[in-house]
Design a protein around this ligand. Structure first.
Ligand SMILES: *Cc1c(COP(=O)(O)O)cnc(C)c1O
Length: 376
């Protein structure tokens, strides 16, 4: 199938690029001894799980639904963390999880007996807030002022130690091995006195391992040093690094007109389909385009919702845009379709996989039902 014939909007995940990321992550596993699990919150196209599960050890889930997906579709280790678990969910979570990570001592002490009675083999952990992070923006900083994510040293309760096998932290966002080293220093200085009773430490996600220029050898060195010094297993749970640069979102131009500058309306939406471009915010790359004015024809690209701010930005092209032209937003696989909404009744983009032999499999299409069924 040709991209020109594809029904838009559509996310296309490229199997070959995904496997390239997985091979790099596997290299880290093999050289460092760490286990890497997929954070479903960032990437959960389960049609790719047969491929991912060849390399990674399992999934990290943020609650019941992600845990169910991990259990059903990935079928390896299930680690479940939630800022707070609910009474009505905890029994089912205990049944299907191998590890439960509590956010606070109070949650752990509240549920520990119940989960152990349901699943004797379950391992318990507590999420720590190391209170060090150089996360680029506040909305993605789990260690910011008044953070609700993880337990600080001041709130640590030593009575949890007899129940836990591990500690977790998650303090990075699109960051490198140097930033991990800083977090580790702070984490160790406050918590290493407790490590001798533990089997594992989970370094969370946010490691931008598959980004060009990431210092892989330093990461491997940090993990090896840490695990041999404290005699613990290390887990990493990236989401973004798995889906990083593994595909794109194809859309079509629906209309073009002038309002003091050229405007093009697309059959996709920044708000509904590329939410991080507005939340982070960042400018998505568009294939064969330049910055505004760089090429001959500049357009403000906008989405097909009634939100005034549903704008992807200004991009320039060699040729004038025509109705029906395809606009391809690069690197739109992580943190995109997992966050999609049907705001304004806009159609959800289809999901497709480009196989290694070049064939394009449309694995899911959406319509009116998805919109209607979430309302009443
Ligand atoms: C979001 C999250 C991850 C994954 O983070 P990425 O930036 O996608 O690698 C891992 N662990 C926890 C606890 C998270 O909240």
């Amino acid at each position: 199938m040709n991209l020109e014939d594809i029904k838009t909007p559509c996310y296309v995940c490229e199997e070959e690029l995904l496997e390239k990321n997985l091979q790099l992550l596997d290299y880290v596993q093999k050289k460092s001894g760490a286990k890497i699990i997929l954070a479903l919150k960032g990437f959960a196209m389960h049609a790719t799980f047969p491929l991912i599960s060849k390399y990674l050890h399992g999934c990290t889930a943020s609650g019941l639904h992600e845990a169910l997906l991990a259990k059903e579709k990935f079928q390896k280790e299930v680690h479940t963390y939630s800022p707070a678990f609910k009474d009505e969910d905890i029994d089912e979570i205990a049944k299907i999880s191998d590890h439960i990570v509590f956010n606070t001592p109070s949650q752990l002490l509240r549920f520990k007996d119940r989960v152990k009675s349901i699943n004797q083999n379950i391992s318990l952990s507590l999420r720590i807030n190391p209170e060090v992070s150089s996360s680029p923006v506040d909305i993605y900083n789990p260690c910011g002022l008044y953070s609700r994510l993880g337990t600080t040293i001041d709130n640590f309760d030593e009575s949890v130690l007899e129940y836990i096998d591990g500690l977790n932290f998650h303090a990075l966002c699109e960051q490198g091995a140097d930033e991990l080293e800083e977090v580790l220093l702070a984490f160790e200085s406050n918590f290493s006195k407790y490590f001798d009773k533990l089997e594992y430490i989970n370094f969370g996600g946010g490691h931008h391992i598959t980004k060009k220029g990431y210092d892989i050898e330093k990461l491997i060195w940090l993990i090896k040093e840490f695990s041999s010094k404290y005699n613990v297993k290390v887990y990493l749970e990236p989401g973004e690094a798995v889906g990083w640069q593994t595909g794109f979102l194809v859309s079509s131009v629906l209309d073009v007109f002038e309002n003091k500058m050229a405007v093009a309306i697309l059959d996709t939406s920044a708000e509904a389909h590329m939410p991080d471009t507005l939340a982070m915010p960042y400018r998505a790359d568009v294939r064969e385009s330049g910055q505004a004015q760089e090429k001959k024809h500049t357009y403000r690209l906008g989405g097909n919702t009634c939100l005034a701010g549903d704008i992807m930005g200004s991009y320039s092209f060699d040729k004038p845009l025509q109705i029906g032209d395809k606009i391809i937003f690069e690197d739109q696989i992580h943190y995109t379709f997992v966050k999609n909404t049907t705001f304004n009744g806009i159609k959800l983009p289809s999901l497709a996989i480009k196989r290694k032999d070049g064939t394009l499999d449309i694995i899911k299409e959406f319509g009116y039902e998805e919109y209607k069924n979430r309302l009443s």
